[in-house]
Design a protein around this ligand. Sequence first.
Ligand code: C2E
Ligand code: MG
Ligand code: MG
Ligand code: MG
Length: 277
Amino acid sequence: QAKVAGKNCYRFYSRTMDQAVERRMRMEHDLRGAWGRGELSLSYQPIFRTRDRVLVGAEALLRWNHPDDGAISPAVFIEVAEQSGLIESIGPEVMRAACQEAARWRTPDGAGEPPFVSVNVSPRQLRSTDLVQQIGTALHEAALSPERLHVELTETAVISDEANATALLARLRETGVRVWLDDFGTGYSSLSHLRRVQVDGLKIDRSFITDLLRDPDDLALTSAIIAMAHSMGITVVAEGVEKQGQYDLLRERDCDLVQGYWLGHPLTAAEFAKLAG
Ligand code: C2E
Ligand code: MG
Ligand code: MG
Ligand code: MG
């Protein structure tokens, strides 16, 4: 009897496991070729200069419109793309499309700099040997000047492979592309690494901004990050600005750039192009 119960238990456990694995495998299967079928697209979330709220750039954010399941969050499918290796084919397409799109943007009055485009690059792409060349090709094909491309890397990706990342970031920056640390403040030992890893900017993680008005610790940390970055000549973006109060506080604390629902939601390429003139 015990043997049977044990067997049933095992089968129950195994079936639950199977479901999770199956779901993942189905997503991986569906994701393969999704770009080619036109299911993947980029949305563009505006980024503003804090001081005068002038539009200065946009972050390209990947969207997946699944034929059966509808919109799937990038927080979910990027993970699958990363672990399955599919990101190695999707990543270059994202880079190419974002550069092509940005090449069409102008400033509304024809004066000043057209907006930059900021593209997320995952840890696995960072380990790919030809990332610098791949980015060079995307820029060349789009005839986009390198200064108008920003590359966002998560703090943890850079720190977990510091020796490789440091060399790669140096090569990237030599080409004129700007390098940003994404989700800054959520990783481990942020400050000491900044001395060695040379970046142009950092994006303060949304988790610091959410309670900025209520939590004095978050305000203290945010102010300290801004001051420290500025002393090193590094630009700061705050992400996840959802309220005017947060924006006012960030302006008062001299945060360079802001991004968030209060200022603008992610837009379709056509919508953003209209905004960018
Ligand atoms: P992220 O790079 O930190 O992007 C910011 C996320 O915050 C985006 O979510 C954006 O829509 C959201 N957001 C912006 N403003 C606000 C706000 O005011 N409030 C709130 N609650 N959220 C806000 P999204 O588009 O769902 O992307 C999630 C993550 O997926 C991104 O985080 C990024 O890590 C990853 N991702 C997106 N597109 C790509 C891509 O093309 N390549 C790679 N490797 N990763 C990507
Ligand atoms: Mg990002
Ligand atoms: Mg971020
Ligand atoms: Mg984030």
